[in-house]
Unconditional design. Structure first.
Lengths: 283, 283
């Protein structure tokens, strides 16, 4: 039987404990997140809505700054600088992707390190490379780690194949898993023969947005699959990830469902990160 | 016939061109590097000596600050802060490893980004993860890239296995090669079965310090091997890398010799990085 790695239940537990902390241990002021969203990307709007909802649920104040797609880079940078020096703000999140021609790196790297709730600034990325415990982990990466830890899935010495090489998921995840002793392969669109990487993997972490990207014959029996993708598929707009669960269930030892796997963990980790920044700021 | 990737000759060309630049285009003041060395690690002393010598050769001023192993962390950090605000200093290099109990990350990350000639601060490491062109590449990593580029060895779409996962070589090299479109596996001491990673590699980059770490039967015909290691071996103190060249020469398409491969390129790239920092500083 394939084990379902139930992110939803773990996330609910984490969220409940954060709610308690916010109620009982935030005497001076309420923790506050500012979310910046630019343009009218539908998926981004959905993500932001669920982040805002989660904050409300636990009593974290959240301010949403929505800008039109034609906003200037300097305006956003100026806005972030103001938020950086605003003591009532604990975390700043810029929802990605940003519309062209905005320079994402310029904007992200303007966020003060002590307010980088998404762990996407160059300083936090570099800390992760260095194995520095101070690194703020990107929420998805931290959520995957929490999921593996909860289910006591070993990382050290394991062969792990990541199918994604983005700045937000693939690259930081590779560094984190390497730091924890895994042998990591980073694969992507240009990978010549994905099967040679998936077949030898003890754990596969996939985030391609391509449904059924790996077939059962491309993995070894007993593999653990972390499905990070999410999209609506087909006429009935069914929510799917990268893996066809029905096909993979006799082959995989464990798998994250979509929805209800990595997604809820990502949201929970945003709250965890925000509370960490808050605690550092008020102490 | 196995092609020899002659780093020495390329490095000499680069060094000659830097010498010319320093003589002709550095009117305001001479570029200056400060090297900090702590304790009496013999290998470190040898490395520092060759770096100092290379600077002298091209007319870059170099100051060597040597401290005893029992120097305090705060003293070194204070020293680096002084150098950060000294306009006559273009680059600061802290020779690694540092003796215990000094905290390497605290010390390295004190170096101002605009003087980080080794590209080892968290900001530059993070820039590399982000694919930011502003990233100052660590000298060895940059040297390997220059070597591959010189010999027109393709990187995009290639399967590359790195045997090393240090902050200085393995991890930044993996990010760089990934950014350039390679499929990268990072292997190390805890890797269960190194052969499965070496056998499928188009390019192997190895830096273990273990002579003969990969045998001919562990690689595919036509592999390109970048040997990053160097040590003295046996009674006659022969200088060797990770690869037994004689054994590998019928199997590999190309290989870097030790000595005369990656080593000279690393030194040359230190000069290139220093001159880049100088040019940014005076302009």
């Amino acid at each position: 039987m394939t084990k379902i790695l139930n992110g939803k239940i773990i996330a609910e537990q984490i969220i409940a404990s954060i709610k308690k902390k916010v109620q009982n241990h935030c005497p001076k002021r309420v923790p506050k997140l500012v979310v910046i969203i630019v343009g009218d990307n539908l998926a981004s709007q959905v993500y932001v809505r669920s982040k805002v909802k989660a904050c409300h649920e636990v009593g974290i104040a959240v301010v949403e700054l929505a800008f039109k797609a034609d906003i200037s880079e300097s305006f956003i940078i100026n806005e972030i600088n103001n938020l950086n020096s605003d003591d009532s703000v604990d975390g700043i999140l810029v929802q990605l992707p940003l519309p062209e021609p905005l320079n994402t790196l310029n904007i992200i790297n303007t966020i003060a390190v002590n307010k980088d709730v998404d762990g996407l600034t160059n300083v936090n990325a570099g800390r992760l490379l260095q194995g520095d415990q101070q690194a703020m982990l990107p929420c998805t990466v931290k959520g995957i780690l929490a999921l593996l830890t909860y289910y006591r899935i070993p990382i050290k010495g394991q062969n792990i194949t990541i199918i994604n090489d983005s700045n937000i998921v693939g690259k930081p995840l590779a560094l984190l898993l390497n730091n924890l002793g895994a042998t990591v392969s980073i694969t992507h669109k240009l990978t010549k023969n994905l099967s040679i990487y998936t077949k030898k993997a003890d754990i596969i972490c996939t985030a391609t947005g391509i449904f059924n990207i790996i077939k059962p014959e491309q993995v070894k029996k007993g593999v653990i699959i972390i499905d990070i993708a999410i999209k609506k598929q087909g006429e009935n707009k069914k929510i799917v990830g990268d893996i066809d669960f029905e096909k993979m269930k006799n082959k995989a030892q464990a798998i994250t469902p979509v929805p209800g796997g990595v997604g809820p963990m990502t949201i929970a980790m945003l709250l965890v990160n925000l509370l960490n920044l808050y605690e550092k700021q008020i102490n």
